[in-house]
Design a protein around this ligand. Structure first.
Ligand code: CA
Length: 228
């Protein structure tokens, strides 16, 4: 049974999440403030944290930073607005997923399952993937370009891996979203654009003269190797 900490100060929301998680076979633990959340995180052996961004006593991001100093426990951030979510993704703080409010509890449960499945899933492809000077090792979960380590977040790693696994195929944003998150979320296709932008920036920093990801107008993205 997966033990999941809910850090959410809105009591009714906290209760609804508890009920849903229980119903779907999880073991919820609730905190209503950031300090309470940190206390429970130190005491308990958790499998995941559902973390509200706006807490009465601290910023959810500070709690996330505190957790990240110690371990790689999966964290799903819950935030009041989509633009806030976009900013969070840009910050690359290492949250595993982001959910904007208002959310449906059913969707939250789907996201929780998707993140757990993604983290527990054994690597299906054992061979390295190559595109030009870019190299991805799905088993070792490492990527490099021109011999230099490419530092990617888990979502970016999955996204780039998927594009490169089928270099001739144009993927729609929805397909890419489903592969990284396991479920579709209304209005979330834009997050793919943000991830792609971040990946391109990182690639450019190490290999400025090469294009690795092409935008396919009206569709989405595909891998493509070209010298500038
Ligand atoms: Ca709140």
């Amino acid at each position: 049974m997966h033990k999941i900490l809910i850090v959410e100060d809105e009591e009714n929301l906290n209760k609804i999440l508890q009920d849903y998680l229980l119903h779907y076979g999880f073991e919820p633990v609730s905190a209503y403030t950031g300090s309470e959340g940190l206390h429970i995180w130190r005491q308990e052996n958790l499998d995941m944290i559902l973390l509200d961004l706006n807490l009465p006593d601290m910023d959810g991001l500070d709690l996330l930073r505190e957790v990240r100093k110690k371990d790689q426990l999966p964290v799903i951030m819950i935030s009041a607005r989509i633009d806030e979510v976009e900013r969070l993704i840009g910050l690359e703080l290492g949250a595993d997923d982001y959910i904007p409010k208002p959310f449906s509890p059913r969707e939250v449960v789907a996201r929780v399952k998707a993140v757990l499945r993604r983290l527990n899933r054994p690597a299906t492809r054992t061979d390295r993937l190559y595109l030009g000077q870019l190299q991805i090792d799905p088993r070792g979960h490492t990527a490099s370009v021109a011999g230099k380590t490419l530092d990617l977040t888990p979502s970016e790693f999955h996204l780039l891996g998927q594009l490169i696994s089928e270099p001739d195929r144009a993927f729609t944003r929805v397909e890419l979203l489903e592969s990284t998150q396991g479920s579709r979320f209304e209005g979330y296709e834009r997050t793919i654009d943000i991830h792609i932008k971040n990946i391109r920036q990182k690639l450019r920093a190490l290999d400025p003269d090469t294009v690795y990801i092409r935008t396919v107008f009206g569709v989405g993205y595909r891998a493509g190797f070209a010298k500038k």
